[in-house]
Design a protein around this ligand. Structure first.
Ligand code: FMN
Ligand code: 7N5
Length: 393
């Protein structure tokens, strides 16, 4: 029976041709609470929509007669090979989409040759995910593994988690800086979002005081014992806290996730972080901030290649990856497309999402006259505006 189910899934997956197809099919696989938590954004969803729409404002300037019979879409991250410049963004509570949750995503990423950033709020322990993410049947050598971090008011909670991550072998942590509080998400309030009782957070002990669910997620990173509240720490600052983090991270690299301005990029460099991710949390935090594709160039211009710059938000096609790399990103992370794939068919669905993005990226490279990721540059794009398009960026 189980194998018939998997065959049917495979047939259904082969009929899914795009990430938009995957998104539509995923909707029938999740209940309203999970679907709206995954797909939704903060406020009126202006930034959520703009993340995707920004990709349509950039046009590709293809070059022809350049022998594209061989094309290499690969790159590397922390000295590990990647099949293409694509990673899987941190997303909380993946077992809401499928019982195999984070482990299925990590296995698909390892087999494909991608990298996973595990959420602090995973429904699988960071040890199990590291094992799944670094055990691969098809890519040689060790795989890279990131852990997304929220710092709690009770620093012991964070230190315990970091010690576990170091012991498990994580390469880097990505500190999310755009969430001193959780954004205002109407769907979570209306649906009384709550982690169902059969699921558990994988990185906290029962008595840690950390839990999720209730009227608003913001209220609910809360203590079971009111005497010992344990929420995100909204008092984080550049000077004291990046240094503190360095002192408790051992050899793990420190990346910042959520940079949107040249000013903060400059501060990140000044504080010696190892890399940055241009992100607006998929439009789930402050509404009306810039789309990430449009924030990317000012960050790239300040960093000038001194540390890697990654980007996430709104990436739904291989041509979107192409455009972000042209604008100076070293790597793109995708969030929701992976969750849609997971909801549709577990590990195979995630693999389908990754394969679609790879096929589209490689074809875009070839049709635009590129055979290597290093050839992608701003000269290959133009920006559309109300008057037509600007041919030079
Ligand atoms: C359901 C969901 C849960 C998320 N959970 C986290 C999280 O726990 N930590 C975090 O830093 N970002 C989280 N994010 C944001 C993603 O890491 C990423 O920034 C965003 O999803 C990228 O946009 P995309 O979904 O349009 O690709 C989450 C995103 C979604 C959709
Ligand atoms: C309580 C988990 C918050 C996860 C998160 O960052 C998100 O939903 O965007």
């Amino acid at each position: 029976m189980a194998s018939r189910g998997r065959d049917e899934d495979k047939k259904r997956l082969s009929e899914i041709l795009s990430i938009q197809d995957l998104r539509s099919v995923s909707h029938s696989k999740m209940d309203q609470m999970a679907r709206e938590y995954y797909d939704g954004g903060a406020g009126d969803g202006v930034t959520l929509k703009d993340n995707e729409a920004a990709y349509d404002r950039f046009i590709i300037r293809p070059r022809y007669l350049r022998d594209v019979s061989q094309c290499d879409p690969s790159t590397s991250l922390l000295d590990h090979p990647l099949t293409m410049p694509l990673g899987i963004a941190a997303a909380a509570m993946m077992k809401l989409a499928h019982p195999d949750g984070e482990s299925a995503v990590a296995r698909a990423a390892a087999d494909f040759g991608s990298v996973v950033c595990l959420s602090t709020f995973s429904t699988t322990s960071l040890e199990d995910v590291h094992k799944a993410a670094t055990t691969t049947t098809s890519m040689s050598g060790k795989r890279p593994c990131f852990l997304q971090l929220y710092i709690f008011q009770n620093r012991e909670t964070t230190i315990k988690m970091l010690n576990r991550a170091m012991k498990a072998g994580y390469d880097a942590i990505a500190l999310t800086i755009d969430s001193p509080y959780i954004g205002r998400r109407y769907n979570e309030v209306r649906n009384h979002f709550k982690l169902p009782s059969h699921l558990k957070l994988g990185n906290f002990e029962e008595n840690s005081g950390v839990k999720v669910g209730g009227e608003n997620l913001m209220e609910d990173i809360e203590s079971k014992s009111r005497k010992q509240p344990d929420r995100y720490d909204p008092s984080l600052e550049w000077d004291k806290d990046i240094q503190w983090l360095r002192s408790v991270c051992g050899n793990m690299q420190i990346w910042l996730k959520g940079i949107l301005t040249a000013e903060d990029a400059e501060l990140a460099l000044h504080h010696g972080v190892d890399g940055i991710i241009v992100s607006n949390h998929g439009g789930r935090q402050l509404d009306h901030v810039p789309s990430t594709l449009e924030a990317l160039p000012e960050v790239v211009d300040v960093i000038r290649g001194r540390i890697p710059v990654h980007v996430d938000g709104g990436i739904r096609r291989g041509s979107d990856v192409f455009k972000a790399i042209c604008l100076g990103a070293d790597l793109c992370w995708v969030g929701r497309p992976i969750l849609w794939g997971l909801a549709v068919a577990g590990q195979d669905g995630v693999r389908r999402a990754l394969d679609i993005l790879l096929e589209e990226f490689e074809l875009t490279m070839k049709l635009a006259g590129c055979t290597h990721v290093k050839q992608l540059s701003r000269r290959m794009l133009a920006k559309r505006d109300a008057m037509g398009y600007q041919s030079r960026l």
